[in-house]
Write a protein that binds this ligand. Structure first.
Ligand code: SAM
Length: 272
């Protein structure tokens, strides 16, 4: 099978010498699409925060439950920003199990995710998927992209997915403004699914090590209160802002892990 030109160009942009969030996350999930720098960074974080692999696994389970919830509410279009390297139960797969006509647009700024975009283009014939190579920090580049326009009807409710990506937006990059811009573009009845890592449960020594492992400050841990504040203009779906392991926990594998080990908050909120 020949590669698409954007996949070829993506591969030439991949820098394997520095750790990238998508590849580090893939390493924690047990995937093979990562390099030595990603594994070294992943191990340094895991040394201070042993629950980080569990967080990654629980985040995928949360994403699946949240997308299934939205699909059962009648949402048939999804905008998944910060998609990550494909993993079992990608958003369109979960949604299309509920309704094969569901449509999903994926967005990520990492060329390695673009190089795997083909694996996200496995839509049912009735539905559709698209992939946009863009940056969450420039929400208008996503909202005005022709592929978004072709795949989604922004006059009908959309499920906006921001799973474990807002913690890569620094405060000086205005995460609240970015979220507000995306929300403003979506009609009433749309929903936001978001998850966000926290250092709230960690001892000071562990936080010191994590700060050292994050020299460029690209990762920003926030508290549950700070994450909840970001969503405060929206109608939170029960049970509100909780550990990702506790969101609709009755549908998750049992027993549920302790919230301190998972160290990640999640929520689903409706746009009025
Ligand atoms: C931890 S992974 C989460 C993947 C997936 N959302 C999930 O929950 O399983 C974070 C993803 O966000 C992407 N990302 C980070 N900053 C981004 C940005 N500014 N714009 C778009 N994607 C970004 C990374 O490349 C990576 O694929």
């Amino acid at each position: 099978m020949t590669s698409r030109p954007d996949e070829v160009s993506a591969r030439s942009r991949i820098d394997t010498t520095v750790a990238h969030p998508a590849r580090r996350y893939n390493y924690w999930l047990g995937g093979k699409d990562n390099f030595a720098a990603d594994r070294a960074s992943g191990d340094a974080i895991a040394a201070a925060m042993p629950g980080v692999r569990l967080m990654a696994i629980e985040n995928r389970l949360f994403l699946g439950r949240a997308v299934r919830y939205l699909a059962r509410q009648g949402i048939r279009q999804f905008l998944d920003i910060g998609t990550g390297i494909p993993a079992p139960d990608n958003t369109h797969e979960v949604a299309q199990r509920v309704d094969p006509a569901s449509r999903t647009v994926y967005v990520d700024n990492d060329p390695i995710v673009l190089s795997h975009a083909r694996a996200l283009m496995t839509s049912t014939p009735q539905g559709a998927t698209a992939y946009i190579d863009a940056d969450l920090r420039d929400p208008d580049s996503i909202l005005t992209h022709g592929d978004l326009d072709r795949a989604l009807d922004l006059t009908r409710p959309v499920g906006l997915i921001l799973a474990c990506v807002l913690h890569f937006i620094r405060d000086d990059e205005d995460p609240q403004g970015i979220l507000d811009r995306l929300v403003a573009a979506l009609p009433s009845g749309s929903h936001v699914v978001a998850s966000h890592a926290t250092w709230e449960y960690l001892p000071a020594e562990a936080i010191e090590k994590l700060v050292a492992a994050n020299p460029d400050g690209r990762f920003v841990a926030r508290t549950g209160v700070q994450f909840g504040t970001m969503l405060s203009g929206l109608d939170l779906v029960e049970p509100g802002v909780v550990s990702i392991s506790r969101w609709h926990a009755d549908e998750a594998p049992q027993p549920r892990p302790p919230v301190e080990d998972v160290a990640c908050f999640g929520a689903v909120a409706r746009i009025a």
